[in-house]
Ligand binder design. Structure first.
Ligand SMILES: [Cu+2]
Length: 286
């Protein structure tokens, strides 16, 4: 019996070690701005909000793991000690005041501890700090339009690049023709609205996800602390090409942003499109 339980615990340790290796590898694989094969966990964070989300997620994972192991141990004790063979004459005890108070108060305390960082995170996400740049993102069937009201009010459409037209460094179903461009280390306010149905604007590395609702201007914010291209997707089922309206945000230096704005003003001059414009051609095309 003892030999067998030792073998079982050795197997459990091996399984736990394997899981730890897979988890570590998965975390190491997590890339900046886009998902990778075999990834576990989040994409790398590049904003204070996503840093907080990742920290809170890890904290909760430890708490949940502790609770699960504790309940598993209790179940194990019950199964071994109180089965019909080991315990032929069961006790008829019903109430235990101490236990009943404990299993009410302890979960309340745990929730009381969790609520503090949870509300801090909510306030961090929902209280937009003084924005240094405002961009309006409009969800349309099935692409996004970006307007830069602080930089001459130009507007442009951002459509997914079909698989057959991708360049080697462009990720499938994520790369777009016109990326949303923002400066690094600046607080960017994103106003989000839907032009036809409900869409949702989400960029995992930034820790943002907010509904794009027709007739209601929603708002979120981010401060990207690293240059690069960060991809997201529409996250509200919005019709047949819902999967083909990605979001691509290019984070660049201040100088590069100024240069891009100058170029974009010319490129997208007089491109202001009516809010209710609906794409007649599907961008999916694959
Ligand atoms: Cu959508």
């Amino acid at each position: 019996m003892q030999v067998m339980s030792r073998q079982i615990s050795a197997k459990l340790v091996a399984a736990a070690a394997a899981a730890a290796v897979v988890f570590a590898a998965g975390s190491a694989l997590a890339a900046y701005g886009q998902p990778v094969d075999w990834q576990l966990g989040f994409q790398q964070s590049v904003t204070p909000v996503m840093d907080y989300i990742a920290w809170f997620h890890d904290l909760l994972l430890w708490i949940i793991t502790g609770i699960t192991l504790f309940v598993l141990a209790l179940l194990g004790i019950v199964v071994v000690k109180f089965n019909a063979k080991a315990n032929p004459v069961p006790s008829k005890t019903t109430h235990n005041t101490f236990l009943e108070v404990a299993w009410t108060v302890i979960p309340v305390l745990i929730l009381g501890i969790i609520v503090v960082p949870s509300f801090r995170l909510l306030f961090l996400q929902l209280n937009t700090p003084e924005a240094e740049l405002t961009i309006k993102a409009t969800g349309k069937q099935w692409f996004w339009s970006y307007t830069y009201p602080d930089n001459g009010k130009f507007e442009f459409d951002s459509l997914m690049i079909p698989t057959k037209d991708l360049k080697p460094d462009q990720p499938r179903l994520l790369a777009v023709d016109n990326e949303m461009v923002v400066p690094v280390n600046k607080i960017v306010r994103v106003q989000v609205i839907g032009a036809d149905v409900i869409h949702a604007f989400a960029v995992p590395s930034f820790g943002i996800k907010i509904d794009a609702i027709p007739g209601r201007l929603n708002e979120t914010w981010f401060k990207a602390t690293r240059e690069g291209v960060y991809y997201g997707q529409c996250s509200e089922l919005c019709g047949k090409d819902h999967a083909f309206m990605p979001i691509a945000v290019r984070v660049v230096s201040d100088q590069a942003f100024t240069a891009w704005v100058a170029e974009a003003k010319k490129k997208f001059a007089n491109s202001e499109t009516p809010v209710n414009q609906v794409a007649s051609a599907s961008p999916a095309g694959n």
